[in-house]
Design a protein around this ligand. Structure first.
Ligand code: ADP
Ligand code: MG
Length: 690
């Protein structure tokens, strides 16, 4: 019986419990999963040759006859060889197989095989090592383009390709066509079946290209449709209409004058909040541009309208920092402000829950603890998420779902994202940009230095500390050898041993602290609090300090192995200094001799413009590294690369827009497949489309 898409891979021959477990690690349970598991590359087994014509060092397919019985020899324990003499009408060669003793009997004298591999040696002593042999009358894999998959322990590529071939042969025709016929016509896109067959086992290069384009288009198209559906749904929702109080009353609370950019964004927010439709606004502004005040403004307007505001930050540290600055500020205006993190427990937590439910608390600041089940609001009117690229669309939606009436949503992000990308990632949001820093900030002086300047760098740290300043020293790993590459000779400054060396050998007279991501949040917090209070001179850390921390007296940021970081990440790190009145510095230490890597780092010494840096980063490293793993909170894309495929992205966006204009909910029967595809793409995001 042929397979069906929903069949478990366990029903396939060769898949026992052990292998099924390994497959599951790759996210593969059903035939459908495997069909959606695209190869990472291909092996071309099409080039055919004869023994005489086989080029040196290029793998080829040869049709060869076994000229004499294979010989098995045991070289030592754990090493067995099978040698066999193979011929065609242009010559002969010896094939050697390591640890495949079954071939002794499987290769039959007088039979013909198609053998794939490299032919080495001189004309009268040609040989092949471990060629892949198939009987000439049952060739399945040789002579074609084979997929190469990402693997895991216990699953070989041959095995997985074998499963895939079976699945493709039986089920490619069952894959549902998500793209409407006219759309495929208009954009010259292959059918789902064609794409499925040729992405795994391409007929030739052209077929592969056609399949790839179709799948990329489909993915980006579905993504855009999903984002647009979200946006439509909210645009049509009736939201709360807020009255905007006199802004002077808000300004009177602040210890400084707002920048022009802050004022402009406040006006944009005010227009949204009073429009009757829920606000869905992204505020993008470089580190230090003063986004927190915009959240404060939103919370203030919301409270003046008798509603509650929730501000969600990605770490406890940040939540507490916001709490410390906003509670006194907004307290002046009579707002009752609370803090909810994992650390708030027992009675305190219960009281907080009660206050939120009764509506006696106006602003709650917290971590994702805010979306936990026990939290309910009397009248949640505004949801703010800070450093959004750490949250997903889902968390944003989960928090918003706690409101009876669709709430206003404000998203703040410090990662400057090039426009083309932000269209995809924040396609459901309006965008405001805070493109001005508060006055009196002098740009952070940035230097790229090599190992030869290490002593001078240490002296510089000592000098600044002598002047009463504090320093961050960041390194890429927690422990020596942690990420494998340390073992390969790269001298990664692991935070733990680095802090140790600094304290015992370099700065015995200074107070050196350490914070890294593997510490408990209590410990982390204690160290950060000590640093913020000036009880530490030097803070060694991994990138846990990357997001949002505010210690104005810190004037020096040293980054070890700086070449290991992305430019945007370095820019974020650098944003930790230069927040006070002191001239601040960033020293990027690198041992790399690669001129390109150094040149890349110099971009940072030349500009402080986060957007320019982001564009450059994107150009040089691509979006995967740009965001770090899945930090964008978007559905996982299996094939599309958001920048490499920018042209297809634009076509897909245009097509999605057009289609949704005629069928805004994708409710027509002919779009059922597409709606299903969109649902699946957002599947780990809960039931967003119901
Ligand atoms: P970010 O945009 O990175 O979140 P913050 O909101 O943390 O920036 O602001 C950085 C620092 O600048 C804070 O200490 C804040 O109090 C201060 N700040 C914000 N706006 C202004 C302003 N208009 N003038 C002076 N200082 C400001
Ligand atoms: Mg911030």
């Amino acid at each position: 019986m042929p397979l069906r898409l929903t069949d478990s891979l366990r029903t396939l021959p060769g898949v026992g419990p052990a292998r099924a477990g390994s497959l599951e690690k790759l996210g593969l349970q059903t035939v459908e999963d495997l069909l959606g598991y695209y190869p990472r590359g291909y092996e071309d087994r099409r080039l055919a040759a004869t023994i005489a014509s086989a080029p040196a060092d290029v793998p080829v397919c040869l049709t060869l006859m076994v000229a004499e019985e294979p010989r098995l020899s045991r070289i030592r324990k754990g090493l067995e060889l099978v040698k066999v003499r193979l011929v065609d009408d242009t010559g002969s060669l010896t094939a050697t197989f390591f640890n495949q003793s079954y071939l002794k009997n499987a290769l039959r004298e007088g039979e013909t095989y198609v053998c794939f591999g490299r032919v080495a040696g001189t004309s009268n002593r040609k040989q092949m090592t471990n060629p892949v042999c198939e009987r000439a009358d049952r060739v399945k894999y040789n002579g074609r383009i084979l997929p190469v998959y990402h693997l895991t322990h216990g699953i070989s590529n041959n095995f997985l390709a074998g499963l895939a071939l079976q699945c493709v042969e039986d089920c490619a025709g069952q894959v549902e066509e998500a793209l409407p016929h006219e759309l495929r016509q208009a954009h010259a896109l292959a059918t789902a079946e064609f794409a499925c067959r040729n992405i795994h086992f391409p007929k030739d290069e052209t077929a592969l290209e056609v399949a790839r384009r179709r799948l990329i288009f489909e993915e980006l198209f579905s993504l855009t449709c999903g984002m647009t559906l979200l946006r439509h749904r909210r645009d049509r929702a009736a939201g709360r209409t807020f009255l905007i109080p006199d802004v002077e009353d808000f300004l009177a609370l602040l210890p400084f004058n707002l920048t022009g950019a802050q004022r402009r964004v406040m006006e944009e927010m005010a227009a949204d909040l009073s429009s009757g439709v829920p606000m869905n606004r992204l505020v993008q502004g470089d580190v230090g541009s003063g986004k927190t005040m915009l959240a404060a403004y939103g919370a203030w307007v919301t409270a003046k309208n008798g509603c509650q505001c929730a501000l969600m930050a990605p770490t406890e540290l940040l939540a507490e920092q916001h709490y410390r600055s906003l509670a006194p500020l907004l307290g002046q205006a009579g707002l009752r402000v609370g803090l909810l993190t994992g650390a708030v427990k027992g009675k305190a937590r219960k009281e907080l829950y009660a206050a939120l439910e009764e509506g006696t608390m106006d602003l709650v600041i917290g971590t994702h603890a805010l979306i936990s089940e026990g939290v309910a609001f009397a009248n949640l009117g505004l949801v703010v998420t800070d450093e959004q690229h750490r949250f997903g669309v889902a968390q944003r939606a989960a928090l918003a779902a706690k409101a009876a009436v669709p709430p206003h949503v404000l998203v703040m992000s410090a990662t400057p994202i090039p426009r083309t990308l932000s269209l995809v990632i924040y396609g459901d949001l309006e965008v405001s940009v805070v493109d001005e820093l508060p006055p009196g900030r002098s740009p952070v002086a940035t230097y790229v230095v090599g190992e030869d300047k290490r002593q001078r760098m240490y002296n510089f740290v000592r000098k600044l500390v002598g002047e009463g300043r504090q320093a961050y020293m960041v390194c890429p790993a927690v422990e020596e050898g942690e990420d494998g590459e340390a073992g390969q000779g790269l001298d990664l400054k692991a935070a733990v041993s680095y802090a140790n060396t600094l304290q015992t050998q370099v700065f015995p007279d200074l107070r050196v602290g350490l914070v890294h991501g593997k510490m408990k949040s209590r410990e982390k917090e204690a160290v950060m609090t000590a640093f913020a209070a000036g009880a530490l001179d030097v803070l060694v850390s991994t990138t846990v300090i990357e997001v949002g921390v505010d210690v104005p007296n810190a004037a020096l940021m040293v980054v070890e192995n700086a070449d290991r970081f992305g430019l945007s990440q370095l820019h974020q790190l650098r944003g930790r200094v230069g927040r006070g009145k002191h001239q601040s510095y960033c020293v990027l230490v690198t041992a790399t001799r690669n001129p390109d890597s150094r040149e890349r780092l110099r971009v940072l010494s030349k500009t402080n413009d986060g957007f320019k840096i982001a564009e450059e980063d994107l150009r040089l490293r691509g979006p995967g590294d740009f965001f770090g793993e899945r930090q964008h909170g978007l559905p996982q894309l299996s094939i599309a690369d958001l920048t490499g495929d920018m042209r297809v992205l634009k076509q897909a966006q245009g097509a999605a827009e057009e289609l949704l204009r005629s069928d805004p909910d994708l409710s027509r029967p002919e779009h059922a497949g597409l709606l299903e595809r969109v649902r699946r793409l957002f599947a780990d995001h809960g039931d967003m489309f119901n």
